[in-house]
Design a protein around this ligand. Structure first.
Ligand code: FE2
Length: 196
């Protein structure tokens, strides 16, 4: 049995922060420690949201704010899987909850090409941020060769619906995409929960 109350408490924390903080930098600064606390345990993550797929990394939607202000997604990478180089267009936080991930950030050059920063290892418990203000282009891969890695992502919008870009590593050429989600239903977070 998973302990979903950790997730429901996190959803409420993020909603409260967004409700009271207009500034993106402050939102990210306040959500980051909440995400760090969430990913310090993994007993709350339902098994269905921790499933890898041999064909591609998975993006399981855990929660979408009804007003589209934020979304929470469980990303699952099987061995050898990685994202293309991509951007987000909104702020995002990545918290590694199982395994280890490798992140490479990219910066646009004057000629349109992309310059890669050295790869950063993100072990379990690490939280990293992206946004158009602080650097929005990266690629993430599984740091483990013998098992899945999972990270919980929080975005300042409904990320699965946002038109954004993937980039060619050689030329920097952009191609638009909308990621959607791997799962087709939003989980019922309140099943069996009693509220006043
Ligand atoms: Fe990303």
């Amino acid at each position: 049995m998973s302990n979903l109350s950790r997730l429901t408490a996190f959803v409420a924390d993020v909603a409260r922060i967004i409700e009271t903080e207009p500034n993106e930098q402050t939102i990210v600064a306040k959500v980051a420690p909440k995400l760090r606390a969430l990913v310090s345990e993994d007993d709350w993550l339902p098994d269905a949201y921790a499933v890898a797929d041999d064909r591609a990394y998975q993006q399981h939607l855990l929660y979408a704010d009804p007003l589209g202000r934020f979304s929470i997604v469980s990303f699952v990478w099987g061995p050898g899987q990685s994202t293309p180089i991509h951007d987000h267009r909104v702020w995002g936080l990545v918290g590694v909850v199982r395994g280890e991930e490798i992140s490479v950030s990219y910066e646009r050059q004057g000629d349109g090409s992309l310059r890669a920063s050295p790869a950063v290892r993100l072990p379990k418990g690490t939280v990293a941020a992206v946004s158009p203000e602080i650097g929005d282009i990266h690629a993430i891969s599984n740091g483990l060769s013998d098992g899945p890695s999972i990270s919980i992502h929080v975005y300042g919008g409904n990320i699965g619906t946002i038109r954004r870009s993937v980039f060619d590593a050689q030329t920097g050429a952009a191609r638009e995409f909308i990621s959607g989600y791997s799962n087709e239903a939003v989980p019922n977070l309140w099943n069996g929960v009693e509220t006043a």
